[in-house]
Design a protein around this ligand. Structure first.
Ligand code: FBP
Ligand code: MN
Length: 643
């Protein structure tokens, strides 16, 4: 090892005692049980449902409360207390509104603070004191530590402790303290969060989810195809940009574009008003909590058509300049017989309905009108100048990857493209053939390049981002083609079918999963593949745990739009030192219902895997890093102090 590095390290550890203390500390941590990992996916803008799952730790918070208080509290009291931990601000307000006098409130404060102080040591029993300290509300660390570590063996301090509590209450600090402690408990119960893709699209509040994630203590993200679409838009892909606006229009979510991200839709609206009218195929989806006036609905219908047509036109030149995308079938505008109003795709001819081709010149159907070009260019400027979007996209890049090997498992939103024999599918890019992990690494490097060269809009890297959204061998999409055009304009549903990559059938097979794990240098005896992306249809009896538990699919549909297909409201996964558990969530109605009725989402647990022996930090990713630190410190010890 370079002595220079050791000299630098010695600046931080400038005494023998400091080195020794750190080695002892790290060695000891390796023997603590591993922290709880929490996996979620396909959040699709459903901020409230996500918040609930995050705050209740997929049921873990209540479980810990039960462990401690089941003999001391009624079921009703446990519910109330759990709700307080999930939503402290709202619950405190509600309780206060019900209490009639100061004494009652005083007693309530006293009891609740004591209960929380009782729960915290249990919730933090896997952690070092220093880690617990970091999780405590900063302004109250001293007070809380006094209460947490109270020892009154000699009965000298009884009144001292009582006084601390009394002063907090009389000085009006209880609400703040209880709120802080509630968040401490949430944080202690989940050590690390994995978001296995698709934060964006369909639901109303992806931006709020991003803000939550930015403030979360520890997480990683595996991008989904919808996240990549947003990254692509920000990175300069006009076709990705057209797509995100189209999807927002379709789901009546243009507020995200206009209000949340401050992107100006006026030029698009002007164009839309000029060329389009009502059209049943483009009316926005209805939400019972966000009703639209007739006028608003009509406006969105027009915008939806305008941006969809721009999208289809923008696809054409990319398909033509990138032969190897192998997407000629998607040159749909050029497959239309404009006289007969029909289209021939995949060898079949269909009549078209609900067409809106006012801006199209049949002799050159993919040509953007000057007005359309101006609109999309202005939109791009607006997107790339949104401060909030910049913040969210940069975070998505910083915490995100296409896939992640973590603690022996492979986390990936979509798939590893396979051929029908279960071999890794090959793709030729710029004259070289790639497959498996190498293909994914290349995809990721293109995305990162495009992101850091936002001014380049038609280069290979930017086109590749769109390929990740919709290409046959994209690990995020993994279907033969996206039939968006057919879904709008062809009645026959057979034309809407999107043929899935073999992966989605072969992943039922243990051997296939084992080989994929090996491709990523993971141990097939212990690892699992964790996927999102394809809604698991519980109603039809589909099992999210596949291939003898090697494969777990956790897209149960947070997305309200998909809940009737899945029959549940999302899966999440927990992985602690005892093993892995899948949690199936029932419909989440509203936060208010939880706060008022203590009605928690009922969740059903299924054990995926049990550890034979409790797993320790030493066996985890973090443990490996700590071991490296220890070995450095030992070298420093020899070099500096052991002569
Ligand atoms: O249900 P919608 O919103 O029309 O979206 C359908 C489209 O979404 C996709 O399923 C992609 O989104 P997912 O990643 O959520 O599956 C496409 O394959 C399909 O064409
Ligand atoms: Mn997806």
């Amino acid at each position: 090892m370079k002595t220079k590095y050791l000299d630098l390290l010695a600046e931080k550890y400038d005494s023998e005692e400091k080195v020794v203390t750190e080695i002892i500390n790290l060695e000891a941590i390796l023997h603590l049980p591993k922290g709880t990992e929490h996996f979620v996916s396909d959040l699709h803008g459903e901020y409230h449902a996500f918040q609930h799952v995050l705050r209740n730790g997929s049921g873990k918070v209540k479980e810990k409360i039960m462990d401690i208080f089941k003999d001391k509290m009624t079921a009703q009291e446990i519910n109330e207390f759990a709700t307080l931990v999930y939503y402290p601000e709202d619950k405190i307000k509600l309780i206060k509104s019900k209490l009639t006098n100061k004494e009652e409130l005083h007693d309530w404060y006293q009891k609740v603070i004591c209960d929380m102080i009782t729960l915290i040591p249990y919730a933090s029993s896997k952690y070092t004191r220093s880690k617990l300290r970091k999780a405590l509300p900063e302004q109250f660390v001293f007070v809380i530590e006094e209460l947490l570590y109270k020892s009154d063996k000699y009965s000298n301090k009884k009144t001292y402790y009582e006084q601390i509590l009394e002063q907090i209450i009389t000085l009006g600090q209880s609400d703040k303290l209880i709120t802080g402690l509630a968040y401490t408990i949430q944080r202690l119960i989940v050590d690390h969060l994995h978001v296995v893709g698709d934060i964006y699209d369909r639901g109303p509040d992806p931006d709020k989810i991003m803000d939550t994630l930015i403030n979360y203590h520890s997480l990683d993200i595996q991008w989904g195809n919808h996240d990549v679409l947003w990254l692509g838009a920000y990175a300069g892909s006009k076709v990705c940009l057209a797509n995100i606006i189209r999807i927002c229009a379709r789901y009546n979510n243009l507020d995200i574009i206009e209000d949340a991200y401050g992107i100006n839709l006026r030029p698009l609206l002007t164009l839309a008003e000029k060329y389009y009218d009502d059209n049943p195929a483009f009316r926005p989806k209805e939400h019972k909590d966000r009703p639209l006036s007739g006028h608003e609905a009509l406006q969105i219908t027009k915008i939806h058509q305008a941006i969809a047509m721009i999208q289809f036109k923008l696809e054409s030149p990319i398909i033509k300049r990138r032969d190897f995308f192998n997407m000629e079938d998607r040159l749909v505008l050029e497959k239309i017989d404009y006289e007969k109003n029909e289209i021939t795709v995949y060898g079949k001819t269909y009549p078209l309905e609900n067409t809106c081709f006012a801006t199209m010149v049949p002799s050159d159907p993919a040509k953007l009108l000057a007005e359309e070009e101006e609109v999309i260019n202005k939109l791009l400027v607006s997107v790339q100048h949104s401060e909030k979007l910049a913040r969210h996209m940069k975070f998505l890049m910083k915490k995100g990857n296409l896939y992640l090997p973590y603690n022996g498992n492979l986390l990936i939103h979509g798939c590893i493209p396979l051929n029908e024999d279960g071999e890794l599918e090959q793709m030729e890019i710029e004259g070289k053939v790639y497959k498996g992990r190498a293909l994914l690494d290349l995809f990721e490097s293109y995305l990162r390049y495009a992101f850091s060269h936002r001014e380049e809009t038609d280069d290979l890297a930017t086109d590749m981002v769109w390929y990740l959204w919709t290409g046959e061998y994209s690990s995020l999409f993994g279907k033969r083609a996206m039939t968006t055009f057919e879904r709008y304009f062809i009645k026959d549903k057979a034309s809407h079918k999107e043929v899935k990559n073999h992966y989605y059938y072969l992943r039922e097979n243990e051997e296939v999963c084992r080989r994929i794990l090996e491709e990523f240098d993971l141990d097939p005896d212990h690892g699992h593949i964790i996927n999102g992306h394809t809604p698991v249809k519980e109603v039809e009896g589909e099992n999210p745990i596949k291939a003898n538990s090697k494969m777990i699919v956790i897209d149960g549909g947070f997305s309200k739009a998909y809940q009737s297909t899945t029959g549940i409201a999302g899966y999440t996964l927990l992985y602690n030192s005892f093993g892995m558990q899948l949690v199936a969530h029932q419909h989440f109605n509203s936060k208010d219902e939880v706060i008022h009725n203590g009605a928690d989402v009922l969740s059903v647990r299924r054990v995926v895997d049990k550890e034979m022996e409790r797993k320790k930090v030493g066996e985890t990713n973090v443990g490996k890093e700590l071991q490296q630190e220890i070995s450095m410190l030992k070298k420093l010890m020899e070099y500096r102090y052991m002569h």
